[in-house]
Design a protein around this ligand. Structure first.
Ligand code: C5P
Length: 221
């Protein structure tokens, strides 16, 4: 069912795992399915938001009612997000962004050989860049951790200047990558963590968006 709680709010959501080209047919990727980000985009549209979904490749159908922008690498995602940053109220970075990219992409398909070395260079941290130039926007990040979930998450809230972080323990089989359920903690710069029990990603998406509504309201009060 549709509601209008987010009417007048423009939300940019990133989703999927970025792909870093090695040559014209190969890439370095990750196991992100895009399910969490797509669930957020879909729910936000149901709640009346104007939604921009910046997506790395996934096998999911495009949710109806969203403005869909297809990207592949971290750098192309950064360009798409930064070009729209001034025009949005909220950014939710659910994408799994590759930390590295290939320094020299081959123009032609690399031929078989006994061994080879690929040199990688660091990608920009898109969210940290947004945090460093934040004005009216609310910034929400995600973190996949395998230990010290709250401590490592809180460090990311501070480092990336976030309003909220959804921190998941991906060592659990029913949370994180490629499953339909998720759980974890909502972390904030100035509030106690909130524990989220295991639930469907669509339900977690609604919880996240309720928090976003409060964060937007508090920013304006
Ligand atoms: O990888 P990390 O745990 O630092 O990711 C935390 C948040 O930062 C996520 O929301 C992710 O989308 C974002 N991120 C990013 N650019 C990167 C790495 C992560 O925007 N290069």
């Amino acid at each position: 069912c549709s509601t209008n709680e987010l009417e007048g709010t423009t939300i940019l959501v990133t989703a999927g795992g970025t792909q870093e080209s090695i040559d014209p047919v190969r890439y370095i990727g990750n196991r992100s399915s895009g399910k969490m980000g797509y669930a957020i985009a879909e729910q936000a549209a149901h709640m009346g938001a104007k939604v921009i979904l910046v997506s790395a490749p996934t096998s999911l159908p495009i949710p109806s009612g969203v403005d869909f922008i297809s990207v592949d690498s971290a750098v192309s995602m950064q360009e798409a997000v930064e070009a729209r940053y001034n025009d949005v109220n909220v950014v939710i970075m659910a994408a799994a962004v590759s930390d590295f990219r290939v320094l020299h992409k081959a123009e032609q398909k690399i031929k078989k050989m006994e061994s080879m070395t690929i040199e990688l260079v660091k990608n920009p941290d898109i969210l940290q860049g947004l945090g460093s130039k934040k004005s009216h926007q609310i910034l929400v990040g995600f973190a996949a951790e395998t230990e010290h979930v709250i401590k490592y998450g809180q460090d990311k809230v501070a480092k990336k200047n976030l309003d909220m972080l959804v921190a998941n323990d991906v060592s659990k089989s029913n949370a994180g990558f490629n499953v339909d359920t998720n759980e974890g903690y909502f972390l904030y710069p100035d509030k106690e963590p909130k524990e989220m029990p295991n639930m469907k990603k669509s339900d977690l998406a609604r919880h996240i968006l309720r928090e976003v509504i409060d964060l937007v309201a508090n920013k304006h009060s």
